[in-house]
Ligand binder design. Structure first.
Ligand code: GAF
Length: 412
């Protein structure tokens, strides 16, 4: 449980060494982008609403080197200045590295599969939505964000690539523009119709705080989340039920919300005035809309409580969010419900699924002294139901993406 994550600095230094072995040269630098936990504000981002995620102390690292004519032995042989070579230390089938390559000029939506679609999508977005000239480059990826756990491992990769290329190519994109750019990569290239929350958390998170983001204006503020000072911890329960947002459930929810807004005469659910009757909607659409309207209110309430330093007091709102996602929005699953119920029964102050749902992770706000008891209760409940053993670990609010300062590497 809670296996320690190696420090970023030593991971980055290892990555530089591996990069030299793989590509025969040192990288231009190493960039880090964290995964995220959403504290509250679920399925509100694509409805122009409010979200309150935080960047976590688990991250993707990319070492990148722009390819320069004449600088590498095989560059001339490949004779393609726009070739991107990517490799990842996360290699499923027991191989040492998972490798892929693509040519920038040949990129088309859906044309690159597997994890390489994320760097490819960012390049595609830079070329097609920002008009940037992107040369070929070499990239090596390492990540401590568990894949498929609903903690935004794919956005962490995209954001790491975006901040690396933004700096190396001197594109001058600010954080909100990089959030839009990586959303474009997800929506247009990868084919997942996701909102703007995950990449914003990865880009704009701040240690010790959550990010209060208005997804309509992209105005953001940090809100203190001093867990340790209150003797609290955020426990992640990764159900290990894997779901992709490119599958139908997520886009079906999005369409329901759009239908609901249109039936209420609003451009988006954010524009629906408080107190509007939902009676004109059919039962299913009414429940979807009721979740989004209620969830926006819960975000505002949690922000008020955190600003009043009432961290323990937000627990009930987290649990209410879960009930709404389970009953009205219908994006939970038996494993997520079990995680929440078992954690609450063992003394958690609040618990909810986090992220898009249909699998992935739940979070539980717990007293530090209760970690073992809550974890044991969750494991026992999963075993009793015959569910796959979940992964349990605590997370802390961390800083958003940036360059890792290496003490000895070229270019520092
Ligand atoms: C996924 C999406 F990527 C986010 O944009 C958001 O919609 C979330 O599901 C649900 O709140 O993580």
């Amino acid at each position: 449980m809670n296996a320690p994550v190696p420090p970023v600095q030593s991971r980055a230094e290892d990555l530089v060494r591996r990069f030299a072995e793989v590509y025969g040269a040192e990288p231009d630098g190493v960039w880090r982008a964290p995964g995220r936990v959403n504290l509250i504000g679920e399925h509100t981002d694509y409805n122009n609403g409010f979200v309150l995620p935080f960047a976590i102390d688990r991250s993707a690292l990319v070492a990148v080197r722009l390819r320069r004519p004449g600088s590498e032995p095989d560059f001339e042989r490949e004779a393609e200045a726009d070739v991107v070579r990517v490799a990842s230390t996360y290699a499923p089938d027991g191989e040492e590295l998972s490798r892929a390559r693509f040519s920038i000029g040949g990129l088309e939506p859906g044309g690159v599969g597997g994890w390489a679609a994320y760097p490819a999508g960012v390049v595609y977005a830079m070329v097609h939505s920002s008009g940037a000239a992107v040369p070929g480059f070499d990239l090596l990826l390492d990540s401590t964000v568990p894949v498929g756990a609903g903690l935004s491992s794919s956005h962490a990769v995209e954001v790491a690539v975006a901040v690396a290329l933004n700096e190396l190519l001197e594109l001058g994109l600010d954080r909100p523009r990089m959030a839009r750019l990586t959303q474009y990569a997800e929506n247009e290239f990868v084919g997942a119709p996701t909102g703007i929350m995950d990449q914003s958390a990865s880009l704009m998170g701040q240690e010790g705080s959550a990010l209060f983001l208005d997804c309509r204006s992209l105005d953001s503020e940090t809100v203190p989340l001093p867990l340790a000072r209150h003797g609290l911890e955020m426990l992640v329960i990764d159900t290990r039920v894997v779901h992709s947002h490119a599958d139908g459930g997520y886009s079906a929810r999005r369409s329901s919300c759009e239908r609901g807004a249109a039936a209420l005469g609003a451009a988006s659910l954010r524009e629906v005035p408080a107190g509007t009757s939902l009676d004109v909607l059919d039962d299913e659409t009414r429940r979807r809309v009721r979740h989004v309207l209620g969830e926006n209110e819960r975000v505002l309430q949690v922000v008020r409580q955190l600003r009043a330093d009432d961290v323990g007091g937000i627990g009930n709102l987290l649990t209410a969010s879960h009930a709404s996602l389970r009953d009205d929005f219908e994006v939970s699953c038996p494993e997520l419900d079990q995680a929440v119920d078992a954690a609450l029964a063992a003394g958690a102050l609040g618990a909810r699924m986090t992220g898009g749902g249909f699998g992935g992770s739940a979070i539980a706000l717990i007293r530090r002294d209760d970690e073992e008891r809550v974890s044991a209760a969750v494991l026992a409940a999963f075993a009793a139901r015959g569910f796959r053993e979940p992964a349990l670990f605590t997370v802390l609010p961390a800083d958003g993406a940036g360059r890792v300062r290496l003490t000895w590497s070229r270019g520092e």
